[in-house]
Design a protein around this ligand. Sequence first.
Ligand code: G3P
Length: 548
Amino acid sequence: MAGYILALDQGTTSSRAILYDDHARPIKMAQQPTTLQTPKAGFVEQDAQQIWQTQISCAHDVINQAGLLATDVTSIAITNQRESIVMWDKQTGKPLAPAIIWQDRRTANYCKTLAAESADNSMNKSVNQDINQGANHNDINNDLQYDMAAQVQRITGLRLDPYFSASKIAWLLENNPKLSVRASKGEIAVGTIDSWLIYKLTGGEHVIDLTNASRTLLFDIHKLAWSETLCDRFAIPMTILPKVLPSDGDFGKTKKGLFAKQIPIQAVLGDQQAALFGQGCLDAGMAKNTYGTGCFMLMNIGQQPKLSEHKLLTTIAWQRKISPTRPDNLSFDQILQSGKRMLQPPKKEVTYALEGSVFMAGAIIQWLRDNLGMIQQSSDVEDLARQVDSSEDVVLLPAFTGLGAPYWRSDISASITGMSRGTTKAHITRAALEAVAYQTYDVLIAMQKDSPHPLTELRVDGGAANNDLLMQFQADLLDVPVLRPRDTEITAKGAALLAGLKTGLYDESTMKASWQVDRIFEPSMSIDAREQHLDKWQRAIARSLMQI
Ligand code: G3P
């Protein structure tokens, strides 16, 4: 079977479109930057129309650049920045507010208050009240004490944090009384970025895939349905939420006139879940770390949604509507070798993952470039950092938007400590790279405590995975081999693979052949040196936590 998969990868700082051939090889890529707006402290927004315009323009460009026609494209796959939300008019399709991005912290106090509230109080709580007055913990009704944070984790696998979509939607409704009225009349729609793109592509479908739904803080990951309880608590009418589909569901066809043919959208995954799939982490215990704007480590934990006891997230990795199952005693490799497939009937299958979300990774490098002017372009960072042998005592704590896993402190700010008269920009740059690896180490430690599977290797991808200095330091800190594949654009590939498997363009052997190792970084640091590094980082974290 011949054909191409068009993967749309809508990330935090750019929209991209990549075409994959019938062997899942990337043949062309088009990319356009998107603009982040920060109108007030804690606010991070984007123009939803710009998200759409850049994405569709990349889709057209990539087909043209490849010298293909839309009729050559078998299927569209979508992968996207998660948690960010768009609200739009159901009739006109016009956005009703700027998209609120996952990094936005405007609802930090609101979430903090909810976490400490009684059930009765939380029902009547105003988002504005908390934003304007700050968290007030004195009005807790002890008789009705109710741990909403625990309930949120039980239902969604997540934490009560402004990172996720629910409080962002609640904020929009509360701050725009007209929207709230229109929401109750069913006139508006809300969705994550996948929903928004699908709506625009199809000209009206209001759907979301399960992995994106699982990042909203409104989705029950056990029942695989929107949680009435949580929608109620956040005062979000369920009528404005999209219909949830499996990751390889039928999301509709592109509307007439958009391309030369109506192309079906057949796979949708949040970007981190797509990377887990693209990295071939199909068996429980396999893990990947993506170094994008943030840094997201996910471990496949199989078909049971185990809740974290160490401040990680439990999330849906994917749901495949039709998934080949295999005898328990055979691995994927053995099945491929023996040529046996589909030995049991197909069934609907959900795979879960443990996730550690780190908010700042590549974004620290962008900050060095754009705010401090220390480098011309991101790729200069390695050369500059290599000008010194170590960062000496310098520690860059990148809490620019608070700290994510495993600290979850939205109230902490960034700092650079340990500088001396001899500190140069090379030391600071090296400390910035080290901060990415230290944060990943903290997540890994939590993951090892939660998971029954010891981590024996870490697969890496994303832009900063091409930085050899960082990858070696990462392997040294984690004390496990770090495996970098040849193609580090794994996110789009993961979504493309899922679409190709669904349509029959690919099979399991395409999947296997699509992942090839470029380099393995073996740990080589002495135990003493490793402990000194970790001690330096842990002291900086402790100082910062104490200063609050
Ligand atoms: O959860 C946020 C994440 O999906 C953003 O990914 O690649 O834009 O940093 P990225």
